[in-house]
Design a protein around this ligand. Structure first.
Ligand code: GTR
Length: 403
């Protein structure tokens, strides 16, 4: 009898596991354009109080600061500006793979606040050819930077190609600022420099911390004579692209902001719910965004912003959005639409003639217009030499025009 009860009990557990909702309730993601809801998006030109925004002054004094605040409160958390000291320890490194074309500087950026310190390693490659100061590309890397620097075949960060075009190439690993990990993300500036952010449901989390790191790299560029910090481009791929957009929106020192396949929480419109959704990203990567963002799980229409307004906050500086056809998870169409709608601020507020097509076309194409760059390439989710070549073409034109 005892054995029978035991068997029934075990059978119950087994049936419970097999039919558990967790095992079968796989969330469905939409890849069908006909199922995308009709979009009603927040208007760039109407403030929260209902003021009509028409002039540069109204944009810059009312709407733009309001949007930055709304993104900070509801999505990323703000990027703290205060610290006590910043110090750059620079050494020239002659032991590297790009000796023929570049000089390598290893920079340790040391930031202190309230008696605590954080060190970030920044690697800078300066062209040997040509007279400086050189314009610079900074890549926010969530891939292991040492591994990238040790692999000459890798084109995620194509140092030789960047430097040969006359640019400085700089990179840091997000692990030095906030590790890209659900458990360990506080193990950086969130514990050392800004612990109060964690107590705030609208405070900084991983992505904003990475953006903060990029801003400290810019502080270094400002101090480096070989770099033309007024001609600096910030680049991020995917999660790094989300951080690049947030850094670029907040910090006007970036002349060019480049987001590669940044998708949900980056360039893609959240309300489309195509591919990755707000709920899914908040479930898989809760430490990227602040706690307030979780309120928009399955509730995107309640967001006071959408991602086209992040693109708009970068105006009139240059913005570049890139997508890949097979990267449907990141919603290439939603990325294009963000740029198209966000670029209205370039044309309608700043009078910059942006010439993006009216409709998204799902084939490989590059569109470079004044201040706004875009490409869609064939292939999968990745940052490739093809992408970098398009970025460099665009940046070259932008900087020539700006001279
Ligand atoms: C995915 C994530 C995306 C994107 C990507 C990446 O797993 O869902 O939002 O950030 O990672 O960073 O490569």
């Amino acid at each position: 009898m005892k054995n029978l009860i035991k068997s029934i009990y075990l059978l119950n557990i087994l049936v419970g596991i097999i039919f558990s909702p967790n095992l079968f309730a796989q969330e469905q993601f939409n890849y069908d354009e006909s199922k995308v809801p009709d979009l009603v998006l927040p208007d760039p030109f109407v403030s929260a109080k209902g003021e009509i925004i028409k002039t540069v002054d109204e944009w810059e004094s009312i709407r733009r600061p309001e949007l930055i605040r709304l993104f900070a409160e509801n999505v990323y958390g703000g990027i703290p500006r205060d610290f006590d000291e910043i110090h750059f320890n620079v050494s020239t490194d002659s032991d590297h793979l790009y000796k023929e074309v570049a000089m390598k500087k290893n920079v340790t950026i040391r930031v202190t606040r309230n008696g605590k310190a954080q060190a970030i390693k920044l690697f800078v490659f300066l062209p040997l050819e040509g007279k400086g100061p050189h314009p610079v590309f900074l890549l926010i890397s969530h891939r292991n930077v040492q591994a990238l620097l040790d692999d000459k075949e890798d084109r995620f960060f194509p140092i030789a190609q960047i430097v040969e075009k006359g640019y400085a190439a700089a990179i840091f690993d997000v692990v030095d600022v906030s590790p890209d990990d659900k458990e360990r993300f506080t193990n950086g500036i969130l514990e050392s420099l800004y612990p109060e952010e964690l107590k705030n449901s609208g405070g900084m989390r991983g992505l904003a911390a990475w953006a903060w790191g990029a801003m400290r790299a810019m502080d270094y560029f400002e101090s480096e004579n070989a770099i033309d910090h007024k001609r600096a481009a910030i680049v991020g791929h995917s999660r790094g692209g989300k951080a690049a957009l947030w850094a670029g929106a907040n910090d006007k020192r970036w002349a060019v902001v480049i987001s590669n396949e940044s998708g949900c929480g980056g360039a893609a419109l959240s309300r489309r719910r195509f591919g990755e959704t707000v709920k899914r990203i908040n479930t898989s990567f809760p430490y990227w965004f602040n706690d307030n963002f979780k309120a928009y799980n399955d509730n995107e229409d309640a967001l006071p912003i959408d991602q086209h307004l992040l693109a708009a906050c970068i105006a009139p500086r240059s913005i570049y959005i890139a997508s890949a056809i097979e990267d449907q998870w990141a919603d290439p169409k939603g990325e294009f639409l963000s740029l198209k709608l966000g670029s209205r601020v370039y044309s309608e507020i700043y009078g910059i003639k942006v010439d993006l097509p009216e409709i998204f076309e799902n084939h490989q194409r590059t569109i470079h217009t004044k201040s706004v760059g875009y490409h869609l390439r064939e292939g999968k989710h990745n940052l490739t030499l093809y992408d970098w070549e398009r970025f460099m073409d665009f940046v070259e034109k932008e900087f020539l025009l700006a001279r």
